[in-house]
Design a protein around this ligand. Sequence first.
Ligand code: IMP
Ligand code: MG
Length: 171
Amino acid sequence: MPEFIPMISEEEIKEQTREVGKQIAEDYKDLDLVLVGVLKGSFIFLSDLTRQISIDHEIDLVGASSYEGTSSTGQIVFTKQPDLELEGRDVLLVEDIVDTGQTLSKIVEFIGLLNPRSVKICTLIDKHERREVELEVDYSCFSLDKGFIVGYGLDYNEKYRNLPAIFDLKL
Ligand code: IMP
Ligand code: MG
């Protein structure tokens, strides 16, 4: 039976999301913010974060998938393109977790082809240990050295996204 060790509580998530949302609203107040959530893992974080950003902004989604089980396949497949016109706009990518950085670096490259004015990164979790590419994470709610976590949108083989808090998964 897998074991779920509590790591980050609902309260802590709420508090950090509020802080990051406030900072984003301040930083983008004179810009043209478009939040672009990375499917599927960011959907819960995105829905909470957008409600903590008090300035006008728009929301889009990009679909990319790279993972099977707990180790990367090294391949990334785009499953959804953004719908909005991003040219000349200020894109903030919203991700659940940055691990090796491979997924986001390819998404940043792809979004760059759409000629936005700026592209920055906001992640719920910044996981350092296995970083393979140099990637500047502009906003993160939590840092993690290692481990595999689930809940609040984060999955293991598509399960456990529904858990309201974040747990360390021991298989
Ligand atoms: P990267 O390309 O290695 O940075 O992988 C990023 C993606 O891997 C994330 O968007 C997640 O879908 C998945 N991932 C990486 N670490 C974890 C984890 O600890 N729990 C759940 N998913 C993870
Ligand atoms: Mg995933």
